[in-house]
Design a protein around this ligand. Structure first.
Ligand code: N01
Length: 537
């Protein structure tokens, strides 16, 4: 437990020890702020602490999945291009040792409520076990996947085997070898855990509602020589991140697929496919996510590539249907390694829950309209109340006594994706209406993080004690991003990007969809105009 005496009058209380929170911690500390971090888990890593299911790994190449501070990358080597959760956690421990983070962190400290003391311009935040923090600024970095979503399936509690959500995986691990394993969900988590289970499960049954239009990861083991070369390129690599739409360092081709000759287009698709990662999604023709015609071209290429790997045509029809279930890339594609090939194995089967809906979970397994699947382990890879869930699940009260769940019940309102009217001195990183789900996490942690830090510095330098978002400014922000969203194909899929994966959640873009460089530019414009859109006093 942290020293309570020194926590009485913090400048900043940070919530969450993922990339974003840790960046805030060491930068603010270096700048002389009295800062402390409260983390719900027992270790660093944020999503990498909770999502320790078999097969969990980044879907970002390691070169940009790290902090760019000089003293943090020189003597750190990655073993794979897309590292496992275990290696990412080792990386966080390495960063902790380098920067001595731990002394300013309270672990197992889940903030459950917070109120603003208007007489002192201070937040009073409490953990669920009664610890209290007082801070001038509350800096919330709970990330987009802080609140797992468990669907209301009848009988879930009656299952006698092991049942876990991927984001609440037992920290001590759970072997799937030889077991009858069922996985509900085929998002990134479902794809990854299923792939791993297919290696040694006795029987693996995957319950699919919507096919995942997954892309080839093109994983690679990295040697010392690979790391040496990567390090030579890091300064350029890091620079390229900030200038790219999603902070990945690669960007859309400024040409239209529909206006490109078929043989040229196909050669480009082949090249992107072979290069792997998200390139086929985010380094492709600029019209892919806006024009139905361009999108069909991308889908058709994807479908033919995938179907060629699946032996049973009936299974291929489910995984990669002739006609797209939704436009390509508007629901987040996952990166896969042997996801499609594993359906050729005898121990793997697919259940289409549209054809055979899940009726209930029984003590023995999953009962669909076509029969019962007996299981030893039931894995819920059912995703998250994404982006807003981290904030709405804490009872943070506005000056009018309302929490985020109430204030955002009809729609999300933020100024620049960092603050909401009624919550003075509360700032969020990697949160709603910021690039968040549309940006590589570590890139956002540093780029958006720096903007937040500059704002806090500005307040300190000018002797200001309070900021608050202006209601009209946040209405304009919300209008702008939702209007842009409507020009894209994204609204055409049910996805966590727009809250439509959660029954009853208001459907709107939860992320800033215009790209990281535009976001930074808009934030800077506000800063240059004395933080226009905020009242500073
Ligand atoms: O969650 P999801 P996720 N009955 O919401 C299904 C990041 N991430 O945890 O598509 C049956 O994508 C649901 O079906 P449908 C990444 O950003 C990254 O997989 O709604 N099925 C869907 O298939 C990712 O996008 C990594 O029809 C039900 C699945 O559950 C984000 O986290 C790894 C159902 C949920 O998919 C979320 O991914 C993991 C029901 N009642 C996650 N309810 C990396 O690689 C839901 N589903 C870094």
């Amino acid at each position: 437990m942290a020293n309570k005496k020194s926590l009485g009058e913090l400048d900043v209380l940070i919530v969450g020890a993922g990339f974003s929170g840790i960046y805030q911690l060491y930068r603010l500390r270096d700048l002389g702020f009295n800062v402390h971090l409260a983390e719900a888990g027992s270790g660093f890593g944020g999503v990498w602490h909770w999502n320790c299911y078999p097969g969990a790994r980044t879907d970002t190449h390691c070169q940009i999945y790290q902090f760019t501070r000089d003293d943090l990358w020189h003597d750190w080597n990655w073993s794979e291009l897309f590292p496992t959760w275990r290696e990412v956690r080792e990386y966080f421990d390495y960063v902790d040792k380098k920067l001595d983070l731990r002394k300013d962190v309270s672990f197992n400290a889940r903030i459950s409520s917070a109120e603003f003391d208007t007489t002192r311009n201070q937040w009073v935040a409490k953990t669920e076990d009664g610890q209290t923090f007082r801070a001038s600024f509350l800096d919330i970095n709970t990330g987009f996947g802080a609140k797992p979503y468990i669907p209301a399936i009848e009988g879930l509690q009656s299952f006698k085997g092991e049942c876990h959500h991927t984001a609440l995986w037992p920290q001590q691990g759970l072997s799937l070898a030889g077991k009858r394993v069922g996985v509900i969900g085929t998002g990134a988590s479902g794809v990854q855990v299923s792939q791993e289970a297919s290696l040694d499960a006795g029987q693996l049954t995957i319950f699919q509602r919507t096919p995942n239009l997954a892309l080839p990861m093109q994983q690679k083991k990295l040697t010392e020589e690979d790391n040496r070369k990567m390090k030579e390129e890091y300064p350029e690599t890091f620079k390229a991140r900030g200038g790219s739409f999603a902070g990945f360092g690669f960007d859309f081709i400024p040409e239209n697929a529909t206006e490109t000759a078929p043989e040229v287009r196909n050669a480009t698709y082949e090249k992107l496919w072979a290069a792997g990662g998200f390139r086929y999604w985010l380094a492709t023709y600029q019209d892919t996510l806006f024009s139905e015609e361009a999108n069909s071209l991308a889908y058709d290429f994807w479908r033919d590539k995938v179907r060629a790997r699946i032996k049973d045509p009936a299974v291929a029809d489910k995984l990669a249907p002739e006609t797209p279930p939704h436009p390509f890339g508007v629901k987040r594609p996952s990166l896969e390694q042997w996801f499609y090939d594993m359906f050729n194995q005898d121990n793997v089967s697919l259940v289409d829950v549209n054809e055979a809906p899940i009726e209930k979970v029984t003590s023995k397994g999953v009962l669909t309209s076509a029969g019962e699947h007996e299981l030893d382990v039931l894995i819920l890879a059912t995703g998250f109340d994404a982006v807003t869930g981290g904030l709405t699940s804490i009872d943070i009260r506005s000056t009018e006594g309302k929490n985020f769940k109430q204030v955002w019940a009809d729609k999300v309102r933020t100024q620049l994706g960092v603050a909401t009217a009624g919550f003075p001195n509360l700032i969020f990183g990697y949160g709603p209406q910021s690039p968040c789900g549309f940006c590589n996490g570590p890139t956002s942690a540093e780029y958006q993080g720096e903007l937040i830090i500059e704002m806090l510095q500005h307040m300190r330098d000018k002797g200001l004690h309070r900021f608050e978002a202006v209601p009209e400014a946040q209405e304009a922000w919300s209008k702008m991003i939702n209007e842009f969203w409507a020009t894209s194909l994204f609204p055409k899929a049910k996805s966590w990007y727009q809250g439509s994966n959660i029954p009853g959640k208001h459907v709107e873009t939860l992320n800033f969809p215009m790209g990281l460089p535009t976001y930074v530019q808009k934030f800077r414009e506000s800063a240059d105009n004395g933080y226009e859109g905020f009242v500073l006093s």
